[in-house]
Design a protein. Structure first.
Length: 244
């Protein structure tokens, strides 16, 4: 029997925490709650979670800084809870490494759909190992060179020149995988959304652009002048193996 997926809800509103906990528990998830960063860190030190739901607007340490902390220290799915219409917060959340967001007030059914989507993309495998999707084949070790990094498709790892792991989100891995499967082919933003299994995201180009920017910071020798994943103006992006 598959163990219930674990979710941590971090929000300073008691009513919202209670509502989300009750609803997701009814859907078969193991849910815990925290009213802010201090409580969140305490729970993370005691156990692992598959997904963290983070409110952006909280007193003290806000959700954006907590998202950065999570992405730097844990391989966990991150979903931001944002105020309706706060596009800037959503974009910044993506830049911090969030996998998805849902705007308040939200229908619990929409929240559930997005929770399922993030858990599906991350594979719900948390703790000290990275999370991602199914690998394709490329060579004996299923590794692809991306600039100064090596992507191990089988282990779902991105490693630097010294063999040290470079942290990536599930969506970043899916995008790198899509490029690896389509070298020297221009891929539009819509194609990348489909290939990265993220078609349920509210489609706005900026989400892909933000992720490509983050990936470039990790793999390119000079992210300001990318040679591995290049922009094709008006068309999308292209992966150029070995920068050639």
């Amino acid at each position: 029997m598959t163990a219930a997926k674990s979710i941590l809800v971090v929000d300073d509103e008691p009513e919202l925490r209670e509502m989300v906990e009750e609803y997701l528990t009814e859907q078969g998830y193991r849910v815990m709650t925290a009213d802010g960063g201090v409580a969140m860190r305490k729970l993370l030190a005691e156990q692992t979670f598959d997904l963290v739901l983070l409110d952006i607007k909280m007193p003290g340490e806000d959700g954006l800084s907590l998202a950065r902390y999570l992405r730097e220290h844990y391989a966990v799915g991150i979903m931001m809870l944002t105020a309706s219409g706060e596009v800037i917060d959503r974009i910044v959340g993506l830049e911090m490494g969030a996998d998805d967001y849902v705007a308040k007030p939200f229908d619990p059914r929409e929240l559930l759909a997005r929770v399922k989507s993030v858990l599906r993309r991350t594979g719900a495998a948390v703790s000290d190992t990275p999370v991602t999707d199914e690998p394709p084949v490329q060579d004996d070790r299923q590794t692809i060179r991306f600039g100064r990094c090596l992507l191990d498709l089988e282990a779902h790892l991105l490693m630097d020149e010294d063999g040290a792991e470079v942290p990536i989100t599930s969506m970043e891995f899916d995008l790198l995988k899509a490029f690896a499967e389509n070298p020297r082919r221009v891929l539009s933003r819509d194609q990348l959304l489909d290939m990265a299994h993220n078609r349920d995201w509210e489609p706005f180009d900026r989400s892909i652009d933000i992720r490509i920017t983050r990936i470039r910071r990790k793999i390119e020798l000079d992210p300001a002048k990318p040679q591995v994943i290049k922009t094709v103006r008006g068309a999308g992006y292209i992966f150029v193996p070995q920068g050639g």
